[in-house]
Design a protein around this ligand. Structure first.
Ligand code: FES
Length: 218
């Protein structure tokens, strides 16, 4: 039993572990003195000075709905760089169809699958995509990649966060920042109130330390 518990602890997602530790710290603070409760339950926010700037790929390398998977803004957070094949909200490049999003489902952190128009997800053969989208077979969350990875079905409470891109004069595509909402599992502000959705929560040094942020390239 104890061995199983140890294994569970070892396998646990470090972000979840952090939340548990903070919860435990809050409990200790409560026992220690009610005057300090607010102070100890809210992790102090420290922001990194700037987002990493990394080169992902060249425009000429992209093929429609063939994702380039890249890590950003830290070393264990995957994203998709995509050429959707249709003009998209915020899309860059000659066809206005190059976008990038976190590939972590906002429901419980699975990896959704990508669907081109007419495709069905492996878990639901009666479903046919009408446009480029992501479908999470864990519990059925659906994201419209043409409209900023907006949630269009299933239990996900938030859109997939976009990676902000820039294209330089050599047609190299760079990741330069993340947009809100927060990446799944990161940041204290998980709410639909825009004033509470802090773009830079993903750089709260208590969750992603500067040491794990990807170094800028170039
Ligand atoms: S984790 Fe994706 S729908 Fe539940």
């Amino acid at each position: 039993m104890l061995e199983e518990q140890k294994k569970d602890d070892k396998d646990e997602n470090p972000r979840r572990k952090f939340i548990k530790v903070m919860f435990a710290a809050g409990s200790i603070a409560t026992i220690g003195g009610l005057g300090g409760v607010g102070k100890y339950l809210t992790p102090p926010i420290k922001f990194a000075s700037q987002w990493p700037q990394i080169r992902i790929a060249n425009v000429s390398q992209l093929q429609v709905m063939k994702p380039v998977v890249f890590l950003y803004p830290d070393t264990d957070t995957p994203n998709w760089l995509l050429k959707l094949g249709v003009k998209a909200e915020g899309g860059l490049g000659p066809d206005g169809d190059i976008v990038a999003f976190s590939s972590i489902c906002q429901h419980l952190g699975c990896t959704p699958g990508l669907l081109s128009p007419g495709d069905s997800p492996p878990c639901n053969s009666s479903y046919k995509a009408q446009f480029p989208m992501a479908y999470c077979c864990c519990h059925g969350s659906q994201y419209d990649l043409v409209q900023g990875a907006k949630v269009i079905g299933g239990p996900a409470p938030y859109n997939l966060p976009p990676v902000k891109l820039q294209i330089d004069s050599n047609n190299d595509i760079w990741a330069v920042a993340m947009g809100p909402p927060n990446i799944y599992g990161m940041g204290p502000g998980r709410t639909d109130d825009p004033s509470q959705v802090l773009e830079y929560d993903t750089f709260n040094a208590n969750i992603i330390t500067q040491g794990t942020a990807i170094p800028s390239s170039g």
